[in-house]
Design a protein around this ligand. Structure first.
Ligand SMILES: Cc1cc2nc3c(=O)[nH]c(=O)nc-3n(C[C@H](O)[C@H](O)[C@H](O)COP(=O)(O)OP(=O)(O)OC[C@H]3O[C@@H](n4cnc5c(N)ncnc54)[C@H](O)[C@@H]3O)c2cc1C
Ligand code: SF4
Length: 523
C-alpha cells in the first residue's frame, strides 16, 4: 500500500452519519478520506419536478435487491453525496427521553439503549444548530428537556394547517410546529435562502437551502485541505490483519477498476442496510459470518417504522404550499383508553396529481386524482416497529442484498389511524361546512410494484446495534466494533430500538458524539 493511499481516517458514505462525522473531524488536521459510491446530485430543473422525482424515480438507485421470497425488490433509496438527506423532509426530531428506556408495546418490548437521553442531549443541541433546525420547545407534550432553545423560530403554518391546528387544540390536543432543518427566514423573505416551495420532502433542494449532509457538512469539510472526497467509489469489501482485530484494506470499485486504501481508523457509514451488507460481504476464513459479527447480530433487527401516508379529503380545497409544519404526539406513549404507545402524526409534503399517479390511492367518489390532491391533507403516521432478529439483511449467492421484513406491532398503528379518523370527523373550524367538510381518509398506496413500503427503507435502522454485551450487540457504546480495534459504524445502524420519530437528527447527534471519542483517540 503506497503512503498516498494511507489515511488517518477513512469514512465510507457521506450521508447523515458519515457526512456529519467528516465535518466534525475536519478541524483536527488529520488526513481524512471520504469514499462515496454516488456523485453530486446534478443541479437541474428536474430537481423540483414531481414527474422526474416521484414518477420516473430519476435520482433513485436502479439497483435491485431481493425480498425474503427471493423476488426482486426495487429499493427507494438514493446514492449521492449527502446520502438520503438530499431527499429527506428535514423533520429533525430528538428521540423522546422515554425512547432510551425499555417500553412495553402491544406487540412486545422496545429495548433500552446503552446510553441515556442525557448522554446524547448536548449533541442533539449541536446537531440542531448545525442543521439549522426551526422549532419551538415546550408545546409538544413528549418533548424531552433541552439545554438550549432551537436556533431558529418555528416555520409558520399556512391558513389551512393553522385551521386544523386550532381544531386539534379545541379537542384538547397539543399540536406543535414540526422541527425543520430548512434555511427559511420568514422575517426577511427577500434574503431567505429557502423560498418555501412545494417540492421539499422527497426532492433535492435546487437552491441548497435544505440542511442536508452535503450542504452543511461535506462541502464545509472539504474546505479543509486535509479532507479528500472520492466519488463514484463503491466499497466492496474490508480486509483484515491475520488476527482479524484490524481492518487493513478498504477495497473499492471505481470506474470498473479495483483500488485499495488503508486507514488507521475505518468508519462504515453506508446506511443501515448497506453497512450491514458490507460487513457481511467482508467475511473471511477466520470471520466466516462477516466483520464485527461474532454475535451474529449484523444484519438482524432491521427496523423501518410502521408508516402510513393518509389523505384526508375535505370539501374545501387545501391550497397549502409547504405542508410539513404540524405535528401531534399526544398518542405517542398511549392514551387514557389504551396503555400502549401508538405513535406520531405529522404531514408529508403536499401531494399532487402527478405524484399520486405513481401509486394511485383508492379514489374518493366524485374525485379525480388532481381534485383529490387539491382537497387533501396528506398525513404521515409513524409507529414504532420492534427489533425482530428475523427481520434482516442477508446476501444472496451473488453477494446482492436480500431484505426480509415482516411488519410487527401494528395494533398501535391501527389505533392511531382510528384516532386521526375520529379527529377529522370532529372538525368544526370550516366556516362553510363545519364538520361536514371532511369526506374521508384514503390510504395512499405505497406498495405498488414493491413488497415493502418505500418509507420502510427510508427510515432504515437497527442492523448493527450498539450495546454493552458483545454477545448481543456488534458495536460498543462508542460505535466501535467489539471484534475490531479500528472499525466503527456511524449511521442509522446502531439503533437498538427505532422509536416513532424520524431518525436523522439522532444519527447526526450520534455522529457528533462519536467524533468526540475519535478526536481523543486521534490525539
Ligand atoms: C424521501 C425521504 C424522506 C425522508 N425524510 C426524513 C425526515 O423528514 N426526517 C428524518 O429524520 N429522516 C428522513 N428520512 C431518512 C433520512 O434521510 C435517513 O435516516 C438518513 O439519511 C440516514 O443516514 P445514514 O447516514 O444512515 O445513511 P444515508 O444518509 O443513506 O447515507 C449513506 C451513504 O453511504 C453511501 N454508500 C452506501 N453504500 C456504499 C458503499 N458500499 N461504498 C461507498 N458509499 C456507500 C450512500 O451513497 C450514501 O451517501 C427520509 C428519507 C427519505 C428517502
Ligand atoms: S427552497 Fe426551502 S422548501 Fe424548497 S426545497 Fe429548498 S429548503 Fe425545501
Amino acid at each position: 500500500m503506497s503512503a498516498a493511499n494511507h489515511y488517518d481516517v477513512i469514512i465510507i458514505g457521506t450521508g447523515a452519519g458519515g457526512g456529519t462525522l467528516a465535518y466534525a473531524l475536519a478541524p483536527t488536521g488529520k488526513r481524512i478520506l471520504l469514499l462515496e459510491r454516488g456523485d453530486y446530485v446534478p443541479r437541474e430543473k428536474d430537481n423540483w419536478e414531481s414527474r422526474a422525482v416521484n414518477v420516473e424515480g430519476k435520482y433513485q438507485t436502479k439497483e435491485m435487491w431481493r425480498d425474503k421470497d427471493g423476488k426482486p425488490l426495487h429499493p427507494h433509496t438514493n446514492y449521492w453525496v449527502g446520502g438520503n438527506t438530499k431527499f429527506y423532509g428535514a423533520a429533525l426530531f430528538r428521540l423522546r427521553r422515554e425512547d432510551f428506556g425499555e417500553i412495553k408495546h402491544h406487540g412486545g418490548v422496545s429495548p433500552a439503549w446503552p446510553i441515556r437521553y442525557e448522554d446524547l442531549e448536548p449533541y442533539y443541541t449541536r446537531a440542531e444548530q448545525l442543521y439549522h433546525v426551526h422549532g419551538e420547545r415546550g408545546v409538544d407534550p413528549t418533548d424531552p428537556p433541552a439545554s438550549a432553545p432551537y436556533p431558529h423560530p418555528p416555520v409558520s403554518h399556512e391558513p389551512r394547517i393553522q385551521q386544523l391546528s386550532d381544531d386539534f387544540a379545541r379537542h384538547g390536543l397539543r399540536p406543535f410546529h414540526v422541527p425543520l432543518g430548512i434555511m427559511l427566514d420568514e422575517k426577511n423573505p427577500l434574503k431567505s435562502a429557502c423560498i418555501r416551495c412545494n417540492t421539499c420532502d422527497g426532492f433535492p433542494c435546487l437552491v441548497y437551502a435544505k440542511a442536508d449532509a452535503q450542504v452543511v457538512c461535506v462541502d464545509p469539510a472539504l474546505k479543509h485541505s486535509n479532507v479528500t472526497l472520492i466519488t463514484g467509489a463503491q466499497v466492496r469489501t474490508l480486509e483484515t490483519s491475520p488476527s482479524g482485530r484490524e481492518v487493513t484494506k478498504v477495497i473499492v470499485e471505481r470506474n470498473g477498476a479495483r483500488e485499495a486504501y488503508s486507514g488507521n481508523i475505518v468508519v462504515v457509514s453506508c446506511g443501515a442496510i448497506n453497512s450491514a451488507a458490507l460487513l457481511l460481504r467482508s467475511a473471511n476464513d477466520k470471520q466466516t459470518r462477516g466483520l464485527a459479527n461474532s454475535s451474529d447480530v449484523v444484519g438482524r433487527h432491521y427496523m423501518g417504522h410502521v408508516n402510513s401516508v393518509l389523505m384526508a379529503i375535505s370539501k374545501c380545497p387545501n391550497p397549502t404550499v409547504f405542508q410539513k409544519t404540524l405535528g401531534v404526539n399526544d398518542f405517542y406513549l398511549g392514551s387514557k383508553e389504551w396503555d400502549f404507545p401508538m405513535g406520531h402524526i405529522s404531514f408529508v409534503g403536499k401531494l399532487d396529481g402527478v405524484t399520486l399517479s405513481a401509486g394511485a390511492p383508492a379514489i374518493a367518489p366524485g374525485f379525480t386524482l388532481d381534485l383529490m390532491a387539491n382537497h387533501s391533507l396528506d398525513f404521515w403516521l409513524t409507529s414504532e416497529d420492534l427489533p425482530d432478529p428475523n427481520n434482516r439483511v442477508t446476501l444472496d449467492r451473488d453477494g446482492n442484498i436480500a431484505l426480509a421484513y415482516t411488519p410487527n406491532n401494528e395494533e398501535g398503528h391501527k389505533r392511531l389511524i382510528k384516532k386521526l379518523e375520529n379527529l377529522m370527523q370532529q372538525q368544526t373550524k370550516c366556516r362553510v361546512h363545519g364538520h361536514e367538510c371532511h369526506v374521508g381518509l384514503f390510504s395512499r398506496n405505497l406498495f405498488v410494484g414493491q413488497r415493502i413500503p418505500l418509507a420502510g427503507v427510508a427510515h432504515q435502522n437497527g442492523t448493527i446495534r450498539f450495546g454493552h454485551d458483545p454477545k448481543t450487540s456488534a458495536l460498543d457504546v462508542h460505535c466501535k466494533a467489539h471484534d475490531q480495534d479500528n472499525l466503527y459504524v456511524v449511521d442509522g445502524s446502531f439503533f437498538p430500538s427505532s422509536s416513532a420519530v424520524n431518525p436523522a437528527l439522532t444519527i447526526v447527534a450520534n455522529a457528533l458524539r462519536v467524533a468526540e471519542h475519535l478526536k481523543e483517540r486521534l490525539r
